[in-house]
Design a protein around this ligand. Structure first.
Ligand code: ADE
Length: 352
């Protein structure tokens, strides 16, 4: 797989990812170094992988590019990684961009015109693509043509310009925010799932090996327990616990060192961090357990509502700490128990 380094390709220049402020350019380089390149080295997402292997083989037999794919799910579960694996497994090049970087029609036209036959185009945060870019994309996805307007008024003509056959891989944390016509043009639409503790442990052991970090089985399990089902978080925590082990001990990450390092990072035994706990506690203490509207909650927490919805909530919903109701967010009796919330007001409203 070759990642194109096309200078004209709009890339995000910001230091941090808007929707996930904790991701820096450093993290992205670090992620690239440890990214698996093949299905064999890509851990987890078993159903999706076996489906993809079949689709890739069928496309090869038919001698056509792989159908366009849409991956959705919370951040950090490996959507970009999987796109790179697909490019590698189909011996294709890949261009990686993000919808907010595609501002003007000429940005998307430039990208589409620069594609090579069979190339993979990865557009992250595709739900943020503007209407004009989306409409340019439709005939490109469907028939591998660009409709270009020339002239004005009576002499206005639409030229159909052919482009090479390619595979678009779109990624989004919000499948519901995609327009119907765009969603319908993807042949394969698949949700990425949170990773099990065992899968995360394997990711951690693999990453530790690549980075030359000594970690015991139990040490890897302890990190996996607190990684919120997310390999990006697991990989980041491996580095942090390894730093701690190096400074405070002999450099080996065992269970005790891992737990001490993670306590030090304010990540509790269930993987919740300060913001997660803050969110639950605000619903409990300020709003008697809820329901409370997303915007009100965001203002109380001092966080962007999109970040709450797309980054924090999915794990809290999946683990059963909160519920979404038509009237807003509610915490569950499980959250009351796990966070030891001793508020009689809360208990009453939750069990009603
Ligand atoms: N690093 C990040 N995601 C991974 C995955 N799914 N498998 C292996 N290593 C990873």
């Amino acid at each position: 797989m070759i990642i194109s380094n096309d200078e004209k390709l709009p890339i995000i220049k910001k230091k941090t990812d808007k929707l996930n402020p904790s991701i820096t350019d450093f993290d992205k380089t670090f992620e690239n170094n440890i990214r698996p390149k093949t299905f064999d080295s890509y851990i987890g997402q078993t159903n999706l992988k076996s489906m993809l292997k079949i689709s890739i083989e069928a496309a090869k037999k038919r001698n056509v590019p792989l159908d366009h794919l849409l991956f959705y799910g919370p951040p950090g579960l490996g959507k970009t990684t999987l796109a790179c694996v697909i490019a590698n497994e189909t011996s294709s090049e890949i261009k990686i961009t993000s919808a907010p970087a595609i501002e003007r029609p000429r940005d998307i036209i430039g990208i589409l015109m620069s594609l090579k036959p069979g190339e993979v185009l990865f557009i992250d945060e595709i739900h943020r693509l503007n209407k004009v870019a989306e409409e340019i994309l439709y005939p490109a996805m469907e028939d591998f043509f660009l409709d270009m307007n020339t002239g004005k008024g009576q002499s206005l003509k639409t030229l159909r310009v052919p482009i090479p056959k390619f595979t678009l891989i779109g990624a989004t944390t919000k499948a519901g925010a995609l327009s119907g016509p765009l969603r319908d043009r993807f042949g394969i639409v698949h949700r990425l799932e949170f990773y099990s503790k065992e899968e995360l442990k394997q990711v951690i052991i693999r990453t530790a090996e690549i980075l030359n970090i000594s970690i015991t089985d139990k040490g890897a399990e302890a990190v996996a327990m607190r990684s919120r089902g997310t390999p990006r978080i697991a990989n980041r925590l491996v580095k942090r616990v390894s730093d701690y082990a190096l400074v405070k001990s002999n450099g080996v990450v065992d269970e005790q060192i891992a737990n001490k390092a993670l306590d030090n990072l304010n990540i509790d035994k269930t993987g919740l961090d300060g913001t997660d706990r803050g969110l639950i506690k605000i619903i409990a203490e300020k709003y008697q357990g809820g329901p409370v509207g997303l915007e009100t909650l965001a203002a109380a927490l001092g966080e962007d509502s999109k970040t709450i919805e797309e980054v924090y909530e999915p794990y809290l919903l999946q683990e059963g700490y909160i519920q979404r109701t038509p009237r807003g967010r509610k915490i569950t009796p499980y959250a009351v128990k796990m966070l030891n919330l001793n508020n009689s007001n809360v208990q009453q409203t939750l069990f009603e």
